[in-house]
Design a protein around this ligand. Sequence first.
Ligand code: PLP
Length: 427
Amino acid sequence: MNFENNLAFAQALDAQDDLREMRNDYLFPQQNNKPLIYLCGNSLGLQPKVAKEVLNVQLNNWQNLAVEGWFEGDSPWMFYHKELKKLMAPLVGAKPAEVCPMNTLTVNLHLLMVSFYRPTAKRFKIIMEAGAFPSDQYAIESQVRFHGFNPDEAIIEIKPREGEYTLHTEDIVKTIADNADELALVLFGGINYFTGQWFDMPAITKAGHKAGAIVGFDLAHAAGNVPVQLHDWGVDFACWCSYKYQNAGPGGISGIFVHEKHFNDTSLHRFAGWWGYQENKRFKMEKGFVPEAGADGWQVSCTQVMPMALYHASLQLFEKAGFIPALRAKSEKLTAYLMFIINEVNTVLCEEQFKIITPKTAADRGAQVSIIAKANGKMIFDELVRHNVLGDWREPNVIRLSPVPMYNSFEEVYKTGELLVKICQSL
Ligand SMILES: *Cc1c(COP(=O)(O)O)cnc(C)c1O
């Protein structure tokens, strides 16, 4: 599609957008008595308007039912997670039995590695992307040490080629094949937080399995953003947080995925707790752990009702929007428009002031555009914020702008470009 860099054109795109009303379901922070242009949904999604109400419902349940709330009321806490599973499954291309809301993301990475990183003297290596989110690096490094291996030998990080920012799928596949004999696990991000690159998950999964390894993904930046088919792709396990593109609030509950091919594998280690015990016998309080079937068997502690209520409310808005197919159709266009606008900014300024490091093709990215300013990056970022455009700054030099299809508009993208020109001209 041929984009134009003017307000009328952006407004026309908004007028054609079937999801344009969805933004009315969210609360926008105000600054100087004006709503922010919020381009930071990749870090913390906006608050759904119903959030206060759903929390109040649970506070009232707690007040009126107290401990009986576990088994009584409209939606007893004991089974509440099942309502979420139904809505989480379509977001990641899974069966409801394969997903479960629990804990927080890094905790779940550890719990899933307990089951799926089972190194032997011969097969002990883990392949990941270089520059993964630090929490993943620390989790993987500490798991390797926990099993008595040396991270320098056991962890293989795939780096971009000289002078590039993102990875080539062929380099990933080749590294996997080259290490096939010693490889225990391929653990990749779905989308890299820094560059916004969406990795070729099916190709990575296929290569990992061909090498005889287990394949897992951290979907922190992918879940709720791009279409993934964890079940059909045969991914072994995955986890994600709900507070980025899924708008479930700071510290929101995480989701896990375990492929059903692993459900009957009794040899898998788990760090168990009572909430993973067979549901219909959980309160018999018997000795000897017997897991509940499916992903639920990885639960450890009792259900976190308040964070789950927030996630439930947010998932219902995904359902209202038509889940990922509808959101992605808008997202591809909205992000392409932002990339077009950044190029227009360069054109108006008569120099390549901003370099886009996120892949240009839709198949290789989600709703995030990472840009590097030729000069004064942090100053430009601070000016954006001062003028009501909130993206985020990632050390050492990247401005991340994330137009989220759920609540951002083409007009906001246009205005961001207009502002970038003004800021750069005034520097
Ligand atoms: C956001 C993010 C995290 C954060 O982990 P928490 O345990 O939720 O604090 C971890 N990994 C990746 C890849 C992320 O993007």
